[in-house]
Design a protein around this ligand. Structure first.
Ligand SMILES: NC(=O)C1=CN([C@@H]2O[C@H](COP(=O)(O)OP(=O)(O)OC[C@H]3O[C@@H](n4cnc5c(N)ncnc54)[C@H](OP(=O)(O)O)[C@@H]3O)[C@@H](O)[C@H]2O)C=CC1
Ligand SMILES: O=C(O)C(=O)CO
Length: 324
């Protein structure tokens, strides 16, 4: 592995990662954790970096500030956090960790679906704040999940995992829309996106953020949802337009929603979404469990060490740099 001035290459982490992963990296590299993820901080620290492990959005021009960078590794799946085209133009390998947090996200989807349907959080707050009210005023008037219809937009790792649990665990009918025709081993009925929104009791967004998916779920599709249907977004905030969603929730035109991701993260204080009824908000944690953090950390460390040894990382997403 080529040496930096003090004998070891420098790996910059945008955020802390699992301690075992840091230990693995430190056997071969110096590790620096950014004190914050402000773009100026990341640009400044990138100046000396040989490798960058990414858990936060990077500025588009980060590579202009990282003359010695030899590889970018995404601690997770979504590639919208990294300037992929710029890295490819500079022949810098980019790798990610497909499947590393799939189960965590699928379990989150189930938790959100159950809470939106059964209202455990709401009932807990009511019991503590108001006391024990007559059962009929507290009863959940929503249908059971079993036998209802789930719609999944994006039938990749997460979509497939959710479909498996929904069919085997809940006995749901599952509809799906994806870029390539997919049935997830026959578990999913492929349908056009309009049908997905019209016929589903719950819609899960599980596709990447791309130019095609940005703003895809707007007033048109939200307006097609059934009155008691719920929307769960675990993918990326900009795929779902916040204003028409807030309008629909406030007017009671849909049954509820759960959002783990937002166009602006952190979701700014005072944002309209905080006041919407029947809305569960979580701070981009669907893919984060003790299990997935260890898997992602060790996976990212191994990919980075491969890059620093001059090897092609196993999950490189811009393989064309090796053939050009
Ligand atoms: N909230 C969180 O903590 C997490 C969020 N995520 C987000 O979830 C996304 C999906 O993750 P994952 O399932 O692991 O990724 P995958 O790449 O396995 O799956 C994404 C799927 O979306 C499909 N897709 C792409 N474009 C469209 C489109 N325009 N319309 C419909 N489907 C489309 C892809 O189709 P095709 O197969 O044809 O390419 C693919 O099947 C990630 O990109 C990331 O942004 C991921 C992990 C954690
Ligand atoms: O893996 C991803 O894309 C995530 O969003 C995890 O935080």
């Amino acid at each position: 592995m080529p040496d930096a001035a003090d004998g070891l290459p420098l790996v910059l982490l945008t955020n802390p990662i699992h301690p075992e992963a840091v230990e693995r990296l430190e056997a071969h590299a110096r590790v620096v954790v950014a004190p914050d993820t402000g773009f100026d901080t990341l640009r400044r620290l990138a100046a000396d970096a040989d490798g960058l492990i990414v858990r936060a959005q990077l500025p588009d021009d980060i590579l202009d500030h990282a003359p010695g960078l030899r590889g970018l590794v995404r601690h997770g799946v979504g590639l919208d956090f990294v300037p992929l085209a710029a890295a490819t133009a500079r022949s810098i390998p980019v790798a990610n960790l497909p499947g590393s947090n799939t189960r965590a996200v699928a379990e989150y989807v189930c938790a959100a679906l159950l809470d939106l349907r059964r209202g455990l959080g709401r009932l807990d707050r009511s019991l503590r704040e108001t006391g024990w009210l007559p059962a009929k005023t507290q009863a959940n008037d929503r249908a059971e999940i079993g036998g209802s219809t789930l719609g999944i937009l994006g039938l990749g790792e997460i979509g497939h995992a959710v479909a498996r649990i929904a069919t085997a665990g809940f006995g749901m009918r599952v509809l799906g829309t994806s870029r390539s025709p997919r049935t997830c081993d026959g578990l999913v009925e492929p349908v056009p996106i309009e049908t997905l929104f019209e016929q589903s009791d719950a819609v899960v967004i599980a596709c990447p953020l791309t130019p095609e998916t940005r703003g895809l779920v707007g007033a048109g599709l939200i307006g097609r949802m059934r009155r008691d249907a719920v929307l769960i977004n675990v993918a990326r905030g900009p795929i779902v337009e916040a204003e028409p969603l807030a309008d629909a929730l406030e007017a009671g035109r849909i049954g509820g929603a759960a959002l783990d991701v937002f166009a602006m993260q952190p979701l700014p204080a005072g944002h309209r979404l905080y006041a919407c009824p029947n809305l569960l908000l979580t701070p981009h944690v669907a893919g984060t469990t003790a299990t997935s953090l260890r898997t992602m950390g060790l996976g990212a460390a191994d990919l980075m060490l491969a890059v620093l040894r001059g090897e092609r990382p196993a999950t490189v997403v811009n393989p064309e740099i090796y053939t050009a």
